[in-house]
Design a protein around this ligand. Structure first.
Ligand code: GSH
Length: 405
C-alpha cells in the first residue's frame, strides 16, 4: 500500500523533490496528477490539503494532510529513523533547512521568472525577462561560490539539501542554464550531475535535459487574416450587445455534454466510459475531430509541448460548453508530437475552436463514427494507453496530456 498520495506533476521540480526523497526511503507514493495552476484546483477536497490550490500537496494513507514542499520533504525523509539525508547534528539539520529555504524562496522563483515567459507559461516582456535572468544568475552565483569550496551543500555526504536544490533546478538546466553557463560554472555543474546521477534520483528522473542554448521565446503562431476593405463603423462600447457564441443557436442537445464529461472523469475509460459514449453518441448533434499540431517537427522538450496544449485549452475557455477533448504529447524530448480527439457541438470545427487565437496552429480532421478505424482513433486518443505512430512509423509512447472538459 502506498505511504500516501502526492499531488503534483512529474516534470515539476517541487513535485520531483518529494518523489526523490520518497525513493531514498523506498516509500511508495501515489502521484495524483494535479495541475500547477491554483485556479484549476478549486475543489474543496484539494483545498483542504493545499489551501491555495498549488502543488505539491500530500495526503498520507493515514489521512494526514500536508502542504508546503519543504514540510512534505522533511516529513517523507524523516520516516526513515536512520536516514542520513537530514544530517548528523543540529547544526547540519539547520543548515539543510537553510538551503531548502534558499532553493524554494530565492532560486526557484527567480529562475521561474526567467524561463516561464520564454516557455509561454507567463506573459512575455523582454525587459522583465532580461531583469529576471540577471537576478537568477546572481542568486545561483551563491551556489557556485559555495560549491567551489565544498563537495555537497551540507557536510561530506549527500543530504536533502542537495536532492531538493537539484530537483528545483531541473527545469533551469533544461532551458536557461545553457552550455556556456555550465562551462563557466563548473562547480555547480559537477555537483548537479553528481546528485541527479544517484540511483534514487535517476529512478524518478531518468532523462535529464541540458539546454544547448537559452530557450528562445516564440510567440504563439497566428496566421494573419486579410482585413475587410471597409469595416463597418464601431458601435460605442456601452451599446454593443454581448456577443453570443455562434453555437448557442443550435439549441439544447439531447446528449448533455456534462454527462459525458462526468463519465469520462469518474469511470474507467476503456471499461465504462467509452462503451457509454458510443451508446449515447448523437452524430446529428455532435461531430468528432482529430486535432493535430501543425508544427510537430519544431517541438522540443515534452513538458514544453504539454504547456502548448495547456495554453491552447485555456484559450478555448469560451467554448467550454460546446467541446470535450483529450490532447496529448507522445514521444520523448526532441521527438514528440501533439495529437488528440475532440467532441464538438455541431458539424463544423471552426465555430468552437476559433475562439482560441492559436487555433490555426492545429489541423482538424473530421472522423467518421461508423468507421472502425476512426472509432479506434477516438478510443486510443481518449484512453492514452497505446502509442501513436511518428512521422517515420516509429512508436511514440504517451508522455503527458490535458483533458478539455
Ligand atoms: N509555498 C508553496 C509554493 C508552491 C507553488 O508555488 N507551486 C507552484 C508550482 S511549482 C504552483 O502550484 N503554482 C500554481 C499557481 O501559482 O497558480 C510551496 O513551497 O510548496
Amino acid at each position: 500500500m502506498a505511504f500516501g498520495k502526492l499531488y503534483g506533476l512529474p516534470d515539476n521540480g517541487r513535485t520531483l523533490s518529494v518523489l526523490v526523497a520518497a525513493k531514498h526511503n523506498d516509500l511508495d507514493l501515489e502521484l495524483v496528477k494535479t495541475e500547477a495552476k491554483a485556479d484549476a484546483n478549486t475543489g474543496a477536497e484539494y483545498r483542504s490539503i493545499q489551501p491555495l490550490g498549488k502543488i505539491p500537496g500530500f495526503e498520507g494513507a493515514n489521512g494526514f494532510k500536508l502542504s508546503e514542499v519543504i514540510a512534505i520533504n522533511i516529513y517523507v525523509t524523516s520516516q526513515n529513523e536512520k536516514t542520513t539525508l537530514l544530517g548528523k547534528t543540529k547544526q547540519d539539520y539547520a543548515s539543510i533547512v537553510s538551503w531548502l529555504s534558499f532553493a524554494n524562496a530565492e532560486l526557484l522563483p527567480r529562475f521561474g521568472a526567467w524561463y516561464r515567459p520564454l516557455l509561454g507559461l507567463d506573459g512575455y516582456n523582454k525587459k522583465t525577462v532580461d531583469e529576471a535572468s540577471k537576478a537568477a544568475l546572481k542568486t545561483i552565483a551563491v551556489l557556485e561560490k559555495y560549491l567551489t569550496e565544498n563537495t555537497y551543500l551540507v557536510g561530506e555526504r549527500i543530504t536533502l539539501a542537495d536532492t531538493f536544490t537539484a530537483s528545483l533546478l531541473t527545469r533551469a538546466f533544461a532551458t536557461v542554464l545553457d552550455k556556456s553557463w555550465r562551462s563557466e560554472n563548473p562547480a555547480t555543474t559537477r555537483w548537479y550531475n553528481t546528485i541527479i546521477n544517484q540511483e534514487p534520483f535517476k529512478a524518478v528522473f531518468p532523462n535529464p535535459v541540458f539546454a544547448e542554448e537559452v530557450v528562445k521565446y516564440t510567440p504563439p503562431k497566428k496566421e494573419e487574416k486579410p482585413k475587410p476593405a471597409a469595416a463597418a463603423p464601431e458601435q460605442p462600447a456601452e451599446e454593443k450587445p454581448k456577443a453570443k457564441h455562434p453555437l448557442e443557436a443550435l439549441g439544447k442537445p439531447t446528449l448533455i455534454l456534462d454527462d459525458w464529461k462526468r463519465k469520462y472523469s469518474n469511470e474507467e475509460t476503456r471499461e465504462e466510459a467509452l462503451p457509454w459514449f458510443w451508446q449515447n453518441y448523437k452524430p446529428d448533434e455532435y461531430s468528432l475531430w482529430k486535432v493535430d499540431y501543425k508544427y510537430n517537427d519544431e517541438l522540443k522538450l515534452t513538458f514544453m509541448s504539454n504547456n502548448l496544449v495547456g495554453g491552447f485549452h485555456a484559450r478555448l475557455e469560451a467554448s467550454r460548453k460546446y467541446l470535450f477533448g483529450a490532447q496529448a504529447v507522445y514521444g520523448a524530448n526532441y521527438a514528440n508530437v501533439i495529437t488528440g480527439v475532440f467532441l464538438v457541438r455541431g458539424q463544423e470545427a471552426e465555430p468552437a475552436f476559433s475562439v482560441a487565437p492559436d487555433w490555426e496552429s492545429y489541423s482538424f480532421q473530421k472522423l467518421d463514427h461508423t468507421s472502425e478505424a476512426d472509432r479506434k482513433t477516438v478510443e486510443d486518443l481518449w484512453a492514452w494507453d497505446v502509442p501513436v505512430k511518428g512521422a517515420d512509423g516509429q512508436d511514440l509512447p504517451f508522455a503527458d496530456g490535458h483533458v478539455f472538459k
